[in-house]
Ligand binder design. Structure first.
Ligand SMILES: O=C(O)CCC(=O)C(=O)O
Length: 259
């Protein structure tokens, strides 16, 4: 399974600039032989939350149209990072997953809103777990701050996810936390973790990439530098089983102690 981690800059509050750029990057990832492309968080608008009325994607229409068209044309699955959406009169930070046949197979609204970036003032939180299947492999998708809640990611793995995707806009100021938390989530859950961050700046933060692909034993098999880049990473999925046999964490769990 070949993953393309698309680490890009995001134009603040400018969906009309971001949509064509993302189309270009997905096309480039497919040309490089990827089966699955992964985008960063809130790539349509960035964190221009005060202007969501004007710029959020209404019912995710524009995003869904782009993903369904491209996935079919290019034969590639899309883990759509996330986009700011408007559903009715409320706003969300939403991930769409579209398979290579152009079917929207799942969507997820960020469950844990990040107060340091004012999300709780503008967005509604999601309440649903996010496990889906592509090419008969069970996967999960959460968003950025969600990784600080190990119990939330564990729940996805207990529901069968062997890979966890984490789109993010994780500021450089706390990038050590990003790296360590992603690695810990991979080791404790004995699964692949694919974190895709952005680069560049917005009025409040600087972002320095360091998107990561981590194997179930915890090795970092790819890390993005501080520049726009597409990482193409070939995952050996049998490693999940191998690691779980070596240290049988899931058999040894003491659920009776955790309630
Ligand atoms: O938890 C953090 O330090 C960063 C989280 C974040 O930037 C986000 O959820 O958008």
């Amino acid at each position: 399974m070949k993953i393309a981690a698309v680490q890009i800059d995001v134009c603040y509050g400018e969906p009309d600039k971001n949509f064509p750029r993302v189309e270009e990057k997905i096309t480039e990832a497919a040309a490089q032989g990827a089966n699955i492309v992964v985008l960063p968080e809130m790539w349509n608008t960035g964190y221009d939350l005060a202007r969501l009325e004007e710029i959020a994607d209404v019912e995710g229409k524009r995003t869904k149209e782009l993903f369904t068209r491209l996935s079919k044309e290019l034969g590639i699955h899309i883990i759509g990072g996330s986009v700011s959406t408007r559903k009715g009169n409320e706003f969300f930070n939403t991930m769409y997953v579209v398979n290579k046949h152009g079917e929207i197979i799942s969507s997820y609204d960020k469950a844990h809103l990040f107060k340091l970036m004012d999300e709780h003032h503008y967005l509604q939180q999601g309440n649903q777990l996010h496990v889906f299947s592509l090419d008969n492999v069970q996967m999960g998708g959460v968003i950025c701050y969600d990784i600080r809640f190990p119990e939330w990611l564990r729940k996805h793995v207990l529901e069968g996810a062997n890979l966890l995707f984490v789109p993010a806009q994780w500021p450089a100021a706390r990038i050590d936390h990003w790296r360590i938390l992603l690695q810990a989530r991979a080791i404790e859950n004995q699964c692949f973790v694919i974190g895709v961050n952005r680069v560049g700046e917005d009025p409040n933060n600087t972002f320095n990439g360091q998107s990561m692909v981590i194997a179930p034993w915890g090795e970092v098999i790819w890390i993005g530098e501080n520049k726009e880049t597409i990482g193409i990473i070939d995952l050996q999925l049998q490693e999940v089983e191998e690691v779980r046999k070596r240290i049988p964490v899931f058999q040894d769990r003491r659920e009776d102690l955790y309630k």
